[in-house]
Design a protein around this ligand. Structure first.
Ligand code: PXP
Length: 266
């Protein structure tokens, strides 16, 4: 019997809005990105309405929901104002993520232990609006257990730590201005850390599936490291943004998505 599971590819098109907001003009147009993603192999559109509105704006969410032929996975924090807006907009799913004002991108998963009552309240509010909820969490057994207890339908495993170690080991990152200081380690140590991080992701995915949670993964995934996620059968969705939009600068968005779809087809 073939036990392989399908993999859904969600494209984080927010990075197109990052470029747009850099000049505060409607170019590149996020709806062009939506159209190209829908036509070239994406299975889902993922966008993050941040509290500081640094890329996606409220009107983008409305337009994307109105024009998307694919399900829209809306990422947001547990901030009450944001949740009120999102409950009214009714995306196909909400992924709750942690947010800090100063961060460049989402660093680490939701602290489901410290903010359990706020998260539980947020899940209840979203469920009242018939919106299924995923929690963006670090890949630990405890986080899976708490996510289930809090009532989420799904978890998205934060792969940022894996991706950082992979990049320090296998790319030019350690020679660049963006080298990650705490990962400036001998190669054998990085190799051990990489294996440990993969084991954490795999164990968390297996445990989450046993609990009846759907399992996604995302953050820092790219054309070089995504094959590792493909080996974890319990992961059935990947949300990828930066690497696809970065490649699209050189190859065009359609080609960048098609190539990622090829790499993420089981
Ligand atoms: N999933 C979640 C929950 C995220 O917050 C992000 C970052 O926007 C991603 C996936 C995509 O990460 P990346 O842009 O590094 O591919």
């Amino acid at each position: 019997m073939d036990n392989t599971t399908q993999m859904k590819l969600g494209i984080n098109i927010d990075h197109v809005a990052v470029l747009r907001e850099a000049r505060r003009v409607n170019d590149p147009d996020i709806l062009n990105a939506l159209y190209i993603a829908c036509e070239n192999g994406a299975d889902q559109i993922t966008i993050h309405l941040r509290e500081d509105r640094r890329h996606i704006q409220d009107v983008d969410v409305k337009n994307i929901l109105m024009h998307s032929k694919l399900p829209v996975n809306l990422e947001c924090s547990i901030d009450k104002d944001i949740l009120n807006i999102i409950s009214d907009l009714k995306p196909h799913r909400v992924t709750l993520v942690p947010e800090k004002r100063q961060e460049v991108t989402t660093e680490g998963g939701l602290d489901v232990f410290a903010y359990s009552s706020e998260i539980s309240y947020a899940i209840e509010q979203l469920h009242d609006s018939i919106i299924p909820v995923s929690l963006f969490v670090d890949p630990t057994i405890e986080a899976m257990d708490v996510s289930k207890e809090l009532g989420a339908e799904m978890v998205e495993l934060h792969t940022g730590s894996f991706a950082n170690i992979f990049a320090m080991l296998n790319s030019n990152l350690s020679y660049s201005n963006h080298s990650i200081k705490e990962l400036e380690l001998p190669r054998y140590e990085l190799q051990n850390k990489l294996e440990e991080s993969l084991e954490n992701i795999s164990n968390a995915a297996i445990h989450a599936k046993k609990l009846g949670l759907e399992v996604a993964a995302g953050h820092g995934l790219n054309y070089h490291n995504v094959s590792y996620m493909m080996k974890i059968n319990e992961i059935t969705e990947l949300n990828i943004g930066q690497s696809i939009i970065a490649r699209s600068v050189f190859s065009g968005l359609a080609e960048a998505i098609k190539e990622m779809k090829r790499l993420t087809t089981r």
